[in-house]
Design a protein around this ligand. Structure first.
Ligand code: KIV
Ligand code: ZN
Length: 515
């Protein structure tokens, strides 16, 4: 049987914005919406226009500018909400109205203070009104997983009969468990007589940490739209994380028999953007996009990775947009193999006996010190070999210009050990790229920057940023560089020159050995 597509409905800008402490400005919403379009989501739920004039305006802008996705606006089953939702999306290339009403008795009786029959009537009237504006109408029976099943079947049948084309069955309070969630969809699709006339959708919340598992179970039982948010942000414990379900569907595509059309190479960039704009930090061990997702600490794992990456990684970090994302973390659990590889990246070639001794020193230090960085490893190597790393080049002067409408340029003066200076300038795709190009001109070589991170940013006006980066020489050998400064741009230049010096040192060693 042909594989079927699962549509990705992103609600970062609506349910995601409901995260306590998160509020997006119009420009921030637009930025995220454009990035979601690049990521290839099918539907963007851009907002809930009735809630504020600002939200209406943001939805309108997104509808006008983001043309490759369906743009959806949320509305309660209330006339004014539906009219506002239409005001928001009417200029979209593909507009959708998403209307919802509570269907669990606990919410109908205590919150709406209505009867089931009144709720059913209100849902039908609202869908009829939405249909006057657009053929693309989604209906959600809210708190579906705690609703009476027979009532749920009735209201879904009525919604489809009156023109809803997508039926989203939300686990609004994150109460469901995966097998039950999947069975609920199976039963709905089997028992609702007109279920073949609508696309079924799931919307899982993460109160029990089961949102992704529930979404997968729903897909296995006939759901073809998943409602998700980037980094899993959303009301309370959040929504289903887009990156998790998309990568589960991709990684296990053969078993699941479905696919999405997400451009997974944009996942990491989207995650970073949402993290930055929302101010909600992604936890280190977050699946797919967390800082530790591709960092390996154990010696056994590091050894396996060095032999074949797939021994300990089910996803290639490059496939989600982290080039050279696999990292072997130097610490007390690291093995000799990973240590030796790291020492080589620092530009040292040690005879086996010295390497063994250096590894022993490293292990002793790692027992005492939690964060070991390249400076520590360098000190160990220097002690064992007497070899002190003497850089060929140092940064003497740097001037970088960049801005929203300007091409980034860098002017750099490097000095060699004898005090001779060389200056060059270059333009680039951003200040870091400009720095790398200018340095490459001076050293007359063409290594490429393959990994870059800013770490250990301290607090206060004299805050220091440490830049750790990796470069690749033309012969595919990697070198790392590190530097700190109160200005991260200067730290970046120094770190790049630091890596370049190691590369030049190793080149010289290789050349002398070849003679
Ligand atoms: O969680 C929920 O039920 C919702 C609806 C508005 C779909 O967010
Ligand atoms: Zn929700």
């Amino acid at each position: 049987m042909d594989k079927q597509k699962v549509f990705v409905f992103d609600t970062t800008l609506r349910d995601g914005e409901q995260s306590a402490g998160v509020s997006f400005s119009l420009n921030q919403k637009l930025k995220i919406a454009h990035q979601l379009q690049k990521l290839g989501v099918d539907i963007i739920e851009a907002g809930f226009p009735r809630t504020s004039p600002g939200d209406l305006e943001a939805v309108q802008h997104i509808a006008k500018e983001v043309r490759e996705c369906t743009i959806c606006a949320l509305a309660r089953c209330i006339k004014g909400d539906i009219e506002a939702a239409w005001e928001g999306v009417k200029d979209a290339a593909n507009p959708r109205i998403h209307t919802f009403i509570n269907t669990s008795d606990i919410q109908i009786e205590n919150q709406l203070k209505k009867t089931r029959e009144q709720v059913l009537e209100q849902a039908i009237e609202s869908i009829k009104l939405a249909k006057r504006f657009t053929s693309n109408v989604e209906f959600s029976p809210m708190d579906a997983t705690r609703s009476d099943k027979e009532f749920l079947f009735r209201i879904i049948e009525a919604a489809i009969a009156h023109g809803a084309t997508t039926i989203n069955v939300p686990d609004s309070v994150g109460y469901a468990i995966p097998s039950e969630h999947g069975n609920m969809f199976k039963e709905i699709i089997e028992r609702v007589p007109n279920s073949d006339k609508a696309v079924f959708s799931c919307h899982a919340h993460n109160d029990l940490g089961l949102a992704s598992a529930n979404a997968l179970s729903a897909v296995q039982n006939g759901v073809r739209q998943i409602e998700v948010a980037m980094n899993g942000i959303g009301e309370r414990a959040g929504n289903t994380a887009l990156e998790e379900v998309v990568m589960a569907l991709k990684t296990r595509e053969e078993q699941l028999g479905v696919y999405t059309t997400i451009n997974t190479k944009e996942l990491y960039r989207t995650s970073q953007l949402v993290e930055r704009i929302s101010g909600m930090p992604v936890q280190w061990n977050k699946a797919i996009v967390g800082k530790n997702s591709f960092r390996h600490g154990s010696g056994i794992h590091q050894d396996g990775i060095l032999k074949k990456r797939e021994t300990w990684e089910i996803i290639d970090p490059a496939s989600i947009g982290i080039p050279n994302g696999t990292q072997l973390v130097m610490g007390k659990l690291s093995g000799s193999h990973a240590f030796a590889k790291h020492v080589e990246e620092l530009g040292y070639q040690l005879p086996e006996e010295q390497m063994t001794k250096a590894f022993e020193d490293f292990k002793n230090l790692a027992d005492k010190k939690k964060n070991i960085d390249d400076r520590d490893i360098e000190a160990i190597v220097a002690q064992r070999t007497g070899e002190v790393f003497s850089p060929k080049w140092t940064v003497d002067h740097i001037h970088v210009a960049s801005g929203t409408h300007a091409i980034a340029t860098a002017t750099i003066r490097l000095k060699d050990a004898d005090g001779n200076a060389k200056t060059d300038a270059a333009a680039g795709d951003g200040p870091i790229d400009a720095i790398c190009v200018a340095v490459n001109r001076i050293i007359e070589a063409d290594p490429s920057l393959t990994g870059y991170s800013v770490q250990n940013v301290t607090e206060g006006i004299d805050a220091q940023g440490t830049v750790v980066l990796r470069i690749k020489d033309e012969d595919d050998t990697f070198y790392s560089g590190q530097a700190s400064d109160t200005d991260v741009i200067i730290a970046s230049a120094k770190a790049y020159v630091n890596a370049v010096n190691r590369m030049l040192l190793m080149r010289a060693k290789k050349a002398s050995m070849a003679q």
